[in-house]
Every structure is written in structure tokens, then in C-alpha cells.
Design a protein. Structure first.
Length: 494
């Protein structure tokens, strides 16, 4: 890729210093003279909380597809993250996951990975690399209040500074990365462009999260998760424990209507014991809380179909949460933003021409399509979901995916096919290829696990914890059985 700025795209203005905004800057910086990021708040100098990111309090990870997109945009980013304490977790080798269909096996051969870290660290590593580029600068404590131009072409933005004074900033390309609170539909309306069609699907899930000092070494420790089963006649509760930097566990618990978690610290671990298996509660008994409990109700899936508008002005693109937000349960937001930025780079590395912004917007929609199918396609099956109810096709598809998931508990081929899609590296349509259909028809090749699959080394660490307490019964819910049980052995060969 050439580092020479392309003629005709001299200045890019990005609305919002979010991770989506920073990745968009990375996508276009080699093809323009300057990139100016307009941010309403101050940006932290280090891996610290950034104003306007309430979801940072809850567990995050980068899917393989998202991590590799970031590495393509900002080479060396993943190595920097890991060097600063993030964890690269092989999938499914270092994952103890209880799906609605049973325990997933920890296959010895890892086909994918996830990156687990605090959102503050991930944001910082991306931001630091982007701002190393002299062509990129940030204007903080400044808000964008409208677009310049008309329905055919956007030529810049109207700004309001901290003192309330307004000004105009001309640009050859405006990128909206202002997130969930984006006012782009209203701005388009002021240019005479009809608001886009929208979907809003909300399962009513509530998140409660907390940081813990891990009682075991976190390097090499698995992700632990208990997924909800929408088929059960009970509140669909779920949870996850992710190892992050600083020898900490980031823990999130999720509850659907009728079983919401609360902010009360004394309720956190008892809520973990209401999940379909007590493994998380058993582990948390030995961890030290480091933070209060943070709660969010902002878990809806919302999508704006900008790519479907009949009229779309040149000089304007929207990315990240400005276009679509997802239930954080599925860990897709950052990865979709990264894949969207990669699509943006691929389109804007070519010669400028009329309609290029529209084609870029259509390309940005493709990874959103995949994530939307996964998130919304799952959430519509929860009893209290608002916005859409499953039709016959949705129910048949869910039955097939459930069959494939059950097969994945004992089939490496099925597990890999599912992970390709969950990692945002394959389309959901790949799950109906003839080979995958045959695998689902044949079912699992190995018997289902009866308990969590911890390795001998991990069980040894957990047993030491129990012994250090002087009371084996401190771990409840059958924990002693699964710590000692042979069925919880190490990763299985293919």
C-alpha cells in the first residue's frame, strides 16, 4: 500500500475518538494529507477509563477476525497488547464453556483465538498507535453539531467548542464514529435525506460486572463461561470470567427479565450460583473483589440500514456503533468496528470517484450482517424479547444450530465450523455447507462431558485453594467432584 496521499482526499474529519473512530483514522491515514478527530471529551493519556464508554465496565474480548483486522490496520497491535498484559486465548483449547447443549471440549488443536483485556487497555494500545502518526490529530472538548453540504455531497462539519462558539470545518471526507448517541439520522434529515430503516431487538438482558484479584496465575488460565438456555422455563441467566492484565479476573453476570442481577455487592456471588452450573460461583469464592458492581441495561441490538438508502452523499461514511450495536453477550462490537474499518481502508485505497462513499458504506455493512445474524438471531428466542418474534424459519434454523452445537460438544469438525462464524471469519451460510450438514446429521463422535474440563495442572491449583481453606466443602455444588473427576482431563485430540 502506498503511503503517498491520494489526490482529491486531502482532509478527513472523524466524529468521535472511540475505538471505531481511531480504527477509521488508521484506515484512511495513508491516503490523505490530514485526519482530524473531533472528540467531545478529554482522552486519557494511558490505559485509563474514557468518558462515554459505560460498556467498558463489562467483559470484552476481540474475536479472531477483529484482532487480525486491527493487526492489519495497525501492525504489531496484538503483540503490544499481549506485552502489556492482555491474554491471547486459544479457542477452544483454553475455554471452559457450558453451552445450552453441554460442555464444549477443549480440543488440543487450536483453530482460533480471542484476546482478553480490559477495554481501557485495548483502547489505549489502539489510540497510542494511531496518534503516533503525525498526520492524525485530536481536537478535544469539541462537539459536532451538524454537517456541511447537501444531499449530494458532504463538505465538512459544524463544530461547537467548550465555550459554546460555533465554527465550520471543511473536509473531503467525514466519518461518523460517534457511537450509540450518533445524531447522523437527524443530520441527514437536515440535508433532505430520509432517515434509514432501523431494527431494534432487545432481550431485556441486564449486565452486572466486577473485577477480582485472581486466586491463581492468570497466564494460561482459561476463559470460563456459562451460557443461557432460552428453552428453559426460567430466567435466562449467564456469566463469564475472563483473565485480563494485572493478574485479574473480569467477571460479568447477565440476567433476563425475572432474574436481573443488582448493584449490591453481597448479591453478586449468590447470583452466580443461580446459573445453570455453579463453576463460576465456586471459583469466585476464592477470588478477592477489587471493584464495586457495575450494572447496565444497555444491551439491545440496534441497526441502521444506511447501505439501503436510495440517496447517500459523497464524502460521508458511518462506522462502528453509529451503524449497529449488539448485545454485548456475543462479544462482537469491537471486532465488527475493526472489520468495518478494514473494509473502509480497502475501498479508499483506490482512486477517488463518485459513489465511493456509498460503496464503502455497503462494504462496512457486510461484517455487520454476520454479527447481526448471530446476535439478533439468538436474542429473538428469549421469552421477553421486544422488537421481533421468531417465525417458522427462525425456529427451524435455531433447531438446526442447536443440533450443530450439540454435535460440536463431541466433534472437532462441528466445533471448528461454529467457531469460524463466531470468530467473524465466515458467513452463517457456511453452516449449511454439505460437509457441515452431514456432520450435524451424524451427531457428536464422542460422549458428552458431565462436568467442566479442567486440565490436571488447573485442578491442582484449584485443589491447593481448597486445601488452603482447610475445608473441602467451601466449594459447593459438586465442585469437589469436578476438581477430582477424571472426566475433567486436559485438551482432547482431534
Amino acid at each position: 500500500m502506498s503511503n503517498t496521499p491520494s489526490r482529491g482526499r486531502r482532509r478527513v474529519v472523524i466524529v468521535g475518538g472511540s475505538i471505531a473512530g481511531m480504527l477509521a483514522a488508521a484506515a484512511v491515514k495513508d491516503h490523505v494529507d490530514s485526519v482530524e478527530i473531533i472528540e467531545a471529551h478529554e482522552l486519557p493519556a494511558g490505559p485509563e477509563p474514557r468518558t462515554g464508554v459505560p460498556q467498558a465496565a463489562h467483559i470484552h474480548w476481540l474475536q479472531t477476525g477483529g484482532a487480525e483486522a486491527i493487526n492489519s490496520l495497525l501492525p504489531g497491535s496484538i503483540d503490544r497488547l499481549v506485552a502489556m498484559g492482555a491474554h491471547r486465548i486459544p479457542v477452544t483449547t483454553d475455554m471452559v464453556i457450558y453451552s445450552p447443549e453441554g460442555w464444549y471440549r477443549r480440543w488440543q488443536r487450536a483453530t482460533h483465538y480471542v484476546i482478553t483485556a480490559s477495554r481501557d487497555l485495548t483502547d489505549f494500545v489502539v489510540r497510542e498507535q494511531v496518534l503516533e502518526e503525525p498526520r492524525v490529530r485530536v481536537r478535544t472538548r469539541t462537539s459536532v453539531v451538524g454537517l456541511l453540504g447537501d444531499g449530494r455531497v458532504v463538505t465538512g462539519v459544524r463544530l461547537r467548542g467548550a465555550d459554546g462558539a460555533e465554527a465550520e470545518l471543511r473536509a473531503d471526507l467525514v466519518i461518523d464514529a460517534s457511537g450509540r448517541a450518533s445524531r447522523l439520522p437527524q443530520w441527514l434529515g437536515q440535508l433532505g435525506i430520509t432517515e434509514p430503516a432501523q431494527d431494534h431487538i432487545h432481550s431485556g438482558l441486564v449486565y452486572a460486572s466486577r473485577l477480582y484479584r485472581a486466586p491463581v496465575p492468570t497466564r494460561g488460565w482459561p476463559v470460563v463461561g456459562v451460557q443461557a438456555d432460552p428453552r428453559l422455563p426460567r430466567a435466562a441467566n449467564a456469566g463469564g470470567i475472563l483473565p485480563i492484565e494485572g493478574d485479574r479476573w473480569h467477571v460479568s453476570l447477565m440476567g433476563a427479565p425475572g432474574g436481573h442481577p443488582t448493584r449490591a455487592a453481597e448479591d453478586f456471588e449468590p447470583f452466580a450460583r443461580t446459573l445453570r452450573h455453579p463453576v463460576m460461583a465456586d471459583l469466585l469464592q476464592h477470588a478477592e473483589p477489587l471493584s464495586d458492581v457495575s450494572v447496565t441495561h444497555s444491551t439491545a441490538n440496534r441497526r441502521r440500514y444506511y447501505e439501503r438508502l436510495r440517496s447517500w452523499p459523497d464524502g460521508l461514511v458511518a462506522v462502528g456503533d453509529s451503524v449497529a450495536t449488539f448485545n454485548p453477550l456475543y462479544a462482537q462490537g469491537m471486532s465488527v468496528a475493526a472489520l468495518g474499518a478494514l473494509a473502509l481502508r480497502d475501498r479508499f485505497s483506490s482512486r477517488p470517484m463518485p459513489g465511493l462513499a456509498r460503496r464503502a458504506q455497503q462494504a462496512i455493512a457486510r461484517p455487520i450482517d454476520v454479527a447481526w445474524t448471530l446476535a439478533a438471531g439468538q436474542d429473538i428466542h428469549f421469552a421477553g424479547t421486544e422488537g421481533k418474534k421468531p417465525n417458522l424459519t427462525d425456529r427451524l434454523l435455531q433447531r438446526y444450530v442447536s443440533r450443530l452445537s450439540r454435535t460440536a460438544t463431541g466433534s472437532f469438525h462441528a466445533a471448528t465450523a461454529l467457531t469460524d462464524v463466531l470468530a467473524l471469519q465466515a458467513s452463517p451460510a457456511s453452516l449449511v455447507r454439505p460437509g457441515v450438514l452431514l456432520t450435524a446429521l451424524l451427531g457428536p463422535r464422542r460422549p458428552q462431558l458431565e462436568r467442566p474440563q479442567f486440565t490436571p495442572a488447573e485442578r491442582g491449583l484449584l485443589n491447593d485453594l481448597v486445601l488452603s481453606c482447610g475445608d473441602h466443602h467451601r466449594l459447593g455444588g459438586g465442585a469437589v467432584e469436578y476438581l477430582h473427576g477424571q472426566a475433567g482431563g486436559g485438551p482432547a485430540r482431534q
